[in-house]
Write a protein that binds this ligand. Structure first.
Ligand code: ADP
Length: 313
């Protein structure tokens, strides 16, 4: 049996008439990173609020290592670190003072507090900025400091709610470096995002939610297998494909679909390796290829498949 760290069963939460979360169940194994993916308004933050005991569910329960998590369970809640979507930092204080404050809130003091602050600064790669005011930090640095703050009490589980929102690409990579380091240390993480590529990069397991319901609960590899096409070959020809050739291609076993725009084509392939033989076949039939490119299908297409919409609609 895998070691289940967190399990949530049938969580329901409504705000007035609106059901923000409608029967969400999920689990996080020890050492696992769970990616919680969904478009804006899907119910991710509300779910996260219930997972860490900030929001009381209307129905359902959350257990951390077998212990209930809810707004009254102070001790159990202390075993979770939350990095909320909105930054919670004191801009006029230096980074180190922010960490000390958070540490004190968690009941840390003396050399233990000093050690944890030092380790957190190192992890966030902010050692040389420890004495600078947070107001002078970039968005990404603030986010990393916020992650460091949530780790001071050495939580069993770290939950991050859309930590890359409003962050430039370089800082986003720095945040990922920090999170990958945590993964290597064997920490358990829950990471919410509306970016499939982020979740794909980081998560061992993906839960997709929309309109408060779970649409998929699988490993990235299993999700990828659900893709109708694994790759696409795009090419432009001097002359359009003859109708008979187009028909032949459409009937090929490995071809999942073809679209054409003038003499530009996109052939979706079940096996990326088929791109080479397809190009050879075109040449053999006398076609002159202007240029071509291959692209791997994205897990983002899964969301489209499940909902008929793209993630960023
Ligand atoms: P996500 O994090 O995926 O963007 P949320 O959990 O924030 O989704 O929101 C889910 C739905 O619940 C949305 O329709 C949102 O407007 C609504 N909602 C969230 N929090 C509140 C609240 N405190 N009061 C009223 N409605 C809320």
């Amino acid at each position: 049996m895998p070691d289940v760290l967190l399990s949530a069963s049938n969580l329901v939460k409504s705000y007035g008439e609106r059901r923000a979360v409608d029967g969400v169940s999920l689990r996080v194994l020890a050492g696992q990173t769970l990616g919680l993916l969904g478009p804006n308004g899907a119910g991710k933050s509300t779910t996260v609020g219930m997972l860490c005991g900030l929001v009381r569910p209307d129905a359902g329960e959350v257990l951390l290592a077998g212990e209930p998590i809810n707004p009254d369970a102070m001790r159990a809640k202390g075993r979770i670190g939350l990095v909320p979507q909105d930054l919670a930092l004191y801009e006029d204080l230096p980074a180190l003072e922010n960490l000390r404050l958070f540490g004190a809130l968690y009941g840390l003091a003396g050399t233990l507090l000093a050690e944890r602050c030092k380790a957190a600064l190192a992890l966030a790669n902010l050692e040389d900025r420890a004495r600078d005011k947070v107001a002078t930090f970039s968005g990404g640095m603030k986010r990393r400091l916020n992650i460091a703050c949530a780790l001071l009490h050495e939580p069993q589980l770290l939950i991050l709610d859309e930590p890359t929102v409003g962050v430039d690409p370089q800082s986003r990579n720095a945040i990922f470096d920090t999170l990958e380091q945590l993964k290597r240390e064997g920490r358990s993480l829950v990471y919410t995002s509306h970016y499939m590529e982020e979740v794909e990069r980081l998560a061992d397991h993906i839960v997709i939610i929309d309109h408060g319901k779970v649409l998929a609960d699988e490993s990235p590899a299993a999700l990828r297998e659900r893709l109708p096409a694994q790759a696409a070959l795009r090419f432009e020809l001097r002359e359009p494909l003859k109708e008979e050739h187009l028909e032949r291609l459409r009937g090929e076993a490995g071809v999942a679909g073809i679209s054409a725009n003038g003499t530009a084509y996109e052939v979706r392939l079940a096996d990326p390796d088929d791109a080479v033989s397809l190009l050879a076949w075109l040449e053999k039939n006398g076609y002159r290829i202007h240029h071509f490119a291959t692209a791997r299908a994205s897990l983002e297409d899964i969301f489209l498949n499940l909902t008929g919409r793209s993630l960023r609609d």
